[in-house]
Ligand binder design. Structure first.
Ligand SMILES: OC[C@H]1O[C@H](O[C@H]2O[C@H](CO)[C@@H](O)[C@H](O)[C@H]2O)[C@H](O)[C@@H](O)[C@@H]1O
Length: 610
């Protein structure tokens, strides 16, 4: 059975990620990519679905755990009656092959240890053939092979590879697991200690670009590392989260696959990265976007695979019991075919921010924006599925219309202030028309609040984003009323849910319920700050910091009754919320560019423009 979600730390090599529990077990790993089938899927069932544990033989959770500085090198320590042992885990940024490096070190005494490796390819369904060529243990099934090397003796027992050994103070025992397509020869040997040092150096160099100088610097830097770890380096695509089907309600059916690139989630991530000086990621993402979006603007999807793949069919892995019994386990995501109007505005807003941050404009990028504008002009008035990807009836969602307004606004700005060609007057007229329509049809004067969709009785936490995109200022009485109403109706023990699923006769078309949405709660902190209640905003922000796990990770949602993280983890939306709100509370309004990063010697901003 998967451990509590907050028990997991993340390892990653910018192409895939692993989750390691406090018990020293890697319960989730997809190889060779984030969206490949998992070879360790104990997270979504039990150990029979694959896992790799290295821990003291007597078992039990670790005593202490930390990442080394601003890296993804994880140190887990157990203080046992026999002595203290440390396991250092990392995934070195990808060279030729994906590898997981684990180094066991005796700190004091003599600690009996146990290693248990169960490789189960294709989401736990395939037990590989295991052979022992040369110094390796090699597991092969279909297209995949995984090679374990370690100096300690290993043995096959009950379809697992196991080892018992004792580690004394000052002694080091390495374990290296390397993935290869199964037709390839054995991988090159990896020196564990060198690989760990190299991984640390990589992250240190990456963080040296950071220009965040506000409050809560450690929490912000940790979040930035996680966001970087959710980017797929070969293409620049940005993932929503590293997992699939961690439930939005324990035991419930709201379980989704987040291992893909949502344009909305990616643009939020870029706001956080650009606001803290990371312009290289913005360039890589823009190029990813241009490739993914190539084709007719009407065919723009709200999400893609890591390399821009369009088909992400949703299916269920029925052999997996689900995280702590929450089924189904879904692979792929049917929301790929939805119409979510906000995405057009979100992308235009993000490209605007990239320009403001110093990313040189190029003709292809502007051509894409012109194409997005053409589509927006023709479709802004269509009902949609909204940013919450409701699977119920399409509606005229207020947030979606506001984002259409924002897209038009950014395009008008590009023409009038940045010298780009386009029909600015026509766009400005439509922008103003949408503003009027939203204020007339998306606002309930009796309750003094904007509503979830035109004519709705329900509310939506996304309404808190209206001032952020410049639709209305916080001082506007309608906005103040909206903040109050959202807080009154959507707060659960002080945290916000996205909306009430049962409002308006069941707006999202889904069974079950869900927890408080952490990104929305960060937006509430921004709203409190925006409306002058900064002390309350800071208190709420610090409460949210307290919901992170011991190594700074946040999943998507929080169950306030059980006091547990729920939903996929680590989730970009939540980590972005932390960064943006920390910036906001430190005096840098969200959606503004950070101090321009120093340009590394190897390249200049001009070099970046193709
Ligand atoms: O609520 C139903 C929907 O839930 C998921 O969407 C959520 O996650 C997305 C990725 O982070 C995010 O962009 C979206 O705003 C969230 O509502 C799921 O991916 C959908 O398939 C599902 O319909």
């Amino acid at each position: 059975m998967g451990a509590d979600i907050e028990d997991y730390a993340m390892l990653g090599d910018l192409q895939t990620a692993a989750l390691v529990g406090l018990d020293g077990s890697i319960d989730w790993l997809c190889l060779p990519r984030f969206d490949s089938p998992a070879c360790f899927a104990a997270l979504l069932d039990d150990e029979s679905a694959g896992r790799w544990q290295i821990a003291p033989a007597r078992g039990g959770p670790a005593t202490a755990r930390r990442y080394r500085d601003d890296s993804l090198v994880l140190e887990t320590e157990w203080h046992t009656p026999e002595g203290t042992v440390r396991v250092t885990d990392c995934m070195p940024p990808r060279g030729e092959a994906a590898d997981v490096v684990r180094l066991v070190e005796g700190v004091s005494g003599r600690v009996p240890m146990r290693m248990d490796l169960r490789l189960r390819f294709d989401y736990g369904s395939v037990i590989p053939w295991v052979t022992r060529p040369e110094e390796y243990t090699c597991a092969v099934a279909g297209p995949d092979s995984v090679w374990l090397s370690t100096p300690v003796p290993t043995e096959g027992r009950n379809l697992t590879t196991q080892s018992e050994f004792t580690v004394s103070a000052g002694e080091r025992v390495p374990f290296v697991l390397v993935y290869q397509p199964s037709h390839r020869p054995p991988p090159k040997a990896v020196d564990a200690a060198w690989a760990i040092g190299d991984t640390e150096r990589f992250w240190k160099a990456w963080m040296s670009v950071c220009r965040y100088d506000g409050d809560w610097p450690e929490a912000v830097r940790r979040s930035l590392v996680i966001l970087k770890a959710l980017t797929y380096a070969p293409t620049g695509g940005i993932l929503a989260a590293a997992t699939t089907s961690l439930p939005e309600q324990l035991g419930g059916p709201r379980n989704w696959d987040y291992r893909y690139c949502w344009l909305r989630d990616a643009t939020f991530t870029l706001q956080a990265l650009l606001g803290t000086g990371f312009i290289e990621e913005a360039y890589a993402w823009r190029e990813w976007l241009l490739r993914a979006a190539a084709g007719s603007p009407g065919d723009l999807q709200i999400m893609y695979g890591l390399d821009g793949t369009r088909r992400i069919p949703e299916w269920t892995a029925d052999w997996l019991g689900g995280y702590q019994g929450a089924s189904p386990v879904r692979i792929g995501n049917a929301a790929v075919g939805q119409f979510q109007l906000d995405v057009w505005g979100q992308v235009l807003d993000c490209l605007h921010l990239a320009r403001e941050s110093g990313l040189a404009m190029n003709e292809t990028a502007w051509n894409l924006q012109r194409a997005l504008m053409d589509y927006l002009e023709g479709h802004w008035n269509d009902p949609d599925n909204s940013l919450w990807e409701v699977r119920g009836e399409r509606r005229h969602f207020v947030h979606s219309k506001v984002m259409a307004w924002a897209g038009l606004d950014r395009a008008v700005h590009a023409v009038r202030h940045q010298g780009m060609p386009g029909p600015a007057d026509r766009w400005a007229a439509l922008r103003d028309h949408i503003h009027d329509e939203v204020c007339a049809q998306g606002y309930d004067p009796e309750r003094n609040t904007f509503t979830q969709f035109y004519g709705s009785r329900g509310l939506d936490a996304a309404l808190l984003l209206l001032p952020r995109v410049g639709f209305l200022p916080w001082e506007d009485l309608r906005m103040r009323g909206t903040v109050e109403a959202v807080r009154r109706e959507l707060a659960v023990d002080g945290l916000l849910v996205r909306y009430r699923p049962d409002a308006d006769g069941g707006v999202d078309g889904l069974p079950g319920d869900e927890g408080a949405f952490l990104a929305c709660t960060f937006w509430l902190a921004d709203a409190l700050h925006g409306t002058g209640r900064t002390a309350e905003a800071r208190a709420l922000f610090e409460r949210l910091l307290g919901l992170r796990n011991d190594v700074g990770l946040l999943s998507e949602e929080y169950d306030t009754a059980l006091g547990r993280q729920i939903g996929n983890t680590p989730q970009a939306f939540s980590m972005v919320g932390l960064v943006n709100t920390a910036r906001n509370l430190s005096g840098a309004p969200i959606g503004t560019a950070g101090r321009r990063a120093d340009v590394p010697e190897a390249w200049s901003l001009e070099d970046l423009a193709p």
